[in-house]
Design a protein around this ligand. Structure first.
Ligand SMILES: Nc1nc2c(ncn2[C@@H]2O[C@H](COP(=O)(O)OP(=O)(O)OP(=O)(O)O)[C@@H](O)[C@H]2O)c(=O)[nH]1
Ligand SMILES: [Zn+2]
Length: 191
């Protein structure tokens, strides 16, 4: 069963089209309310997903050194304007006690958290806290870099501006050198 109410979205989209002076009955718009409902089902597919569930896959690998998955692309919807913001997430953690998770699970957690109306700060801290609560690592650092369409196509209109947020937990919050090392690795292959 779908987790979104398609009929409600269709009614709302029809009303928005009328409100802006469009004719929802014209040919090009006839299926638009249905399409938008399907699109919202897809882009908000993480509404009922707990990112922590992805960290159930744990390997008993004795690696108490940095694991960094960087440049994880994501798309999300800004909760203030319901327009996209998109960019990359970088996740580094230092496992403890053999609790090493599958690399793809870090990207899956990003997918779960970004697939709902969001704030960039909340994406960043939710991913970091999910890792802390499940893998109990020595440290976690999450960096998110994004462009917000509400700042580019409308409003202040500043295309190209990037918002960078970070969340640091455990060893990374106490150790400036460790933090600096991860930041340089994140940006190492950039032009
Ligand atoms: N902190 C934070 N702010 C965000 C995010 N996405 C969008 N915003 C901001 O949310 C704010 C909403 O401000 P409001 O004054 O309520 O709305 P507005 O009149 O549409 O604001 P403008 O965008 O300045 O035109 C704007 O400053 C957006 O840039 C986000 O992920 N984090
Ligand atoms: Zn916005």
């Amino acid at each position: 069963m779908s987790h979104v109410d398609h009929e409600k979205i269709q009614t709302a989209v029809t009303m928005i089209l009328e409100a802006i002076g469009e004719d929802p009955g014209r040919e090009g718009l006839l299926d638009t309310p249905k399409r938008v409902a399907r699109m919202y089902e897809e882009v908000f597919s993480g509404m009922n997903e707990d990112p922590k569930e992805h960290f159930a896959t744990v390997f008993g690998e004795d690696h108490e050194e940095l694991v960094l998955v960087k440049d994880i692309p994501f798309y999300s919807m800004c909760e203030h304007h319901l327009v996209p913001f998109f960019g990359h997430a970088h996740i580094g953690y230092i496992p403890k006690g053999g609790k090493v998770t599958g690399l793809s699970k870090l990207a899956r957690a990003v997918e779960a958290v970004t697939s709902r109306p969001q704030l960039q700060e909340r994406i960043t801290s939710t991913v970091a806290d999910s890792i802390v609560e499940t893998l109990e690592p020595l440290g976690v650092i999450v960096v998110v870099e994004a462009e917000h369409m509400c700042m580019t196509m409308r409003g202040v209109k500043k295309p190209g501006s990037q918002t960078v947020t970070s969340a640091v937990r455990g060893a990374f919050s106490r150790n400036e050198a460790a933090r600096a090392e991860v930041m340089s690795l994140i940006h190492s292959s950039r032009a």
